[in-house]
Design a protein around this ligand. Structure first.
Ligand SMILES: [Zn+2]
Length: 435
């Protein structure tokens, strides 16, 4: 398709006003009730919802180092399929993204794939070891202009290291994204600590291991007046601490994953390691508290924590299996199921939690923009009337560790635009060559 003019016909912008949208030269050129333009390719999206392109603040793309489980290109395709126009590449690669060289490599790979913006996240500490700060300033000044720093997978456990990191990032308006997990309370932990872990004989992971770090770090962020982001909140107690911190004006933001909005530790009874994830699936009461917190804004965003693992590291005994599940291709549908169909969020709320707010936290200035004339054309179209069945053999990710195989989910992403180019048309991915 050589044209660079497209009309999205008859969609409902943020689920309300039915409008045609003309996309030309990478931007939204016109929005009107009817647009006729013979030079444009017209796509009929009547009845569908038009959203700003989704932005993921927490994605494991695995490249460099684990290209057997995912690459920047395969994750970009999975992202486009799920409605994303931007992904944030977590730093726990091999080598670790703790230097300007590695973040620039990931940034370039994203640009070459050309299906989404790939924003590298820099490691807080060298080698994710939690001891010496990494080249934070050099990564911020690099081509990749890193603003989000995280040792995700590991917790920045030493409070002095965390304080220094929070102080350092202030000079360029960065943010530290913390994987809140007290390591001494979670040695050998396998699943949520509670009745079910006791029944199954699997070592428990107490909620307070997460909550203790959240509490410490909001106090540190307050003390040094810096920006803190809490990755994948999973407990009702964690929500309470964040609510308290926000009420005091502390600069803290937080994310919840789609799987923690839907799944519970009951699933561990199957001993199927597809449900083994870090942090672990919690209780129904936690799930309900997380949904409420996302609805009222205590939790700012949904982030996938897309964690691809090859079958060798996932198809084994629970104790030996890797932690993590993929999520890019199902994220929006899970949010529709848990938040929209339950009446907790409207489509404007979905656009905020999955596009504008994550872009704002990451300082991704060209992403997460309102759908207005002149804005960069990063757009997602979802048909809320269509259900679809998840098939792990059809995912675009290189790994198949989805916990939703066989689930029927609501809301089919039909079109994604990245910078004015369609990356997904009628739910089919467009190769860069075809764009
Ligand atoms: Zn994590």
């Amino acid at each position: 398709m050589s044209s660079n003019r497209y009309i999205l016909k008859g969609g409902n912008i943020l689920g309300t006003t039915q409008s045609d949208v003309l996309i030309a030269n990478g931007v939204i050129e016109k929005i009107a009730s009817v647009i006729a333009d013979d030079s444009a390719v017209t796509m009929d999206v009547t009845g569908s919802v038009v959203l700003p392109g989704l932005v993921d603040l927490h994605t494991h793309l695995r490249e460099p180092g684990r290209e057997d489980s995912e690459t920047v290109l395969s994750a970009s395709k999975a992202g486009a399929k799920g409605g994303f126009s931007a992904l944030s590449a977590m730093a726990n690669t091999s080598p670790v993204a703790d230097t300007a060289g590695v973040v620039e490599q990931v940034f370039r790979l994203g640009h070459e794939a050309g299906l989404v913006d790939v924003f590298p996240i820099g490691a807080v500490t060298q080698g994710l070891k939690g001891e010496q700060l990494s080249e934070i300033g050099a990564m911020a000044d690099s081509l990749a202009r890193v603003r989000v720093f995280s040792d995700d997978g590991n917790c920045v456990f030493d409070p002095l290291v965390m304080r220094r990191a929070l102080e350092y990032i202030k000079k360029f308006d960065g943010v530290i994204a913390q994987h809140a997990q007290e390591p001494r309370l979670t040695v050998g932990a396998q699943m949520n600590e509670g009745n079910i872990s006791a029944t199954l004989g699997l070592k428990g992971w107490p909620a307070i291991a997460e909550e203790a770090i959240i509490a410490r770090d909001v106090l540190l962020a307050d003390h040094v007046n810096s920006r803190l982001h809490i990755c994948h909140v999973t407990t009702a107690g964690g929500v309470e601490i964040i609510r308290w911190a926000k009420a005091r004006g502390i600069q803290v933001s937080a994310e919840v994953t789609p799987h923690h909005l839907l799944l519970t530790d009951e699933l561990a009874r199957s001993y199927d390691p597809i449900f083994k994830v870090n942090p672990p699936l919690r209780t129904t009461a936690d799930v309900m508290a997380l949904r409420e917190a996302l609805a009222d804004g205590t939790i700012d965003i949904v982030a996938t924590d897309h964690a691809p693992h090859s079958s060798e590291t996932k198809d084994c005994e629970w104790q030996e299996a890797s932690f993590g599940m993929i999520g890019l291709e199902t994220a929006l549908s899970i949010v529709v199921k848990t938040m929209v169909q339950t009446g907790l969020l409207d489509w404007a709320g979905v656009a905020d939690r999955m596009s504008s707010a994550p872009a704002r936290i990451g300082r991704y200035t060209e992403q997460g923009r309102n759908l207005l004339v002149g804005s960069a054309a990063h757009i997602t179209v979802i048909d809320p009337t269509k259900n679809w069945t998840v098939d792990r053999d059809l995912v675009l990710s290189k790994s198949r560790n989805t916990p939703y195989h066989g689930y029927e989910l609501p809301g089919l992403v039909t079109h994604t635009f990245f910078g004015g180019h369609p990356t997904l048309i009628d739910s089919k991915i467009m190769d860069k060559a075809a764009m």
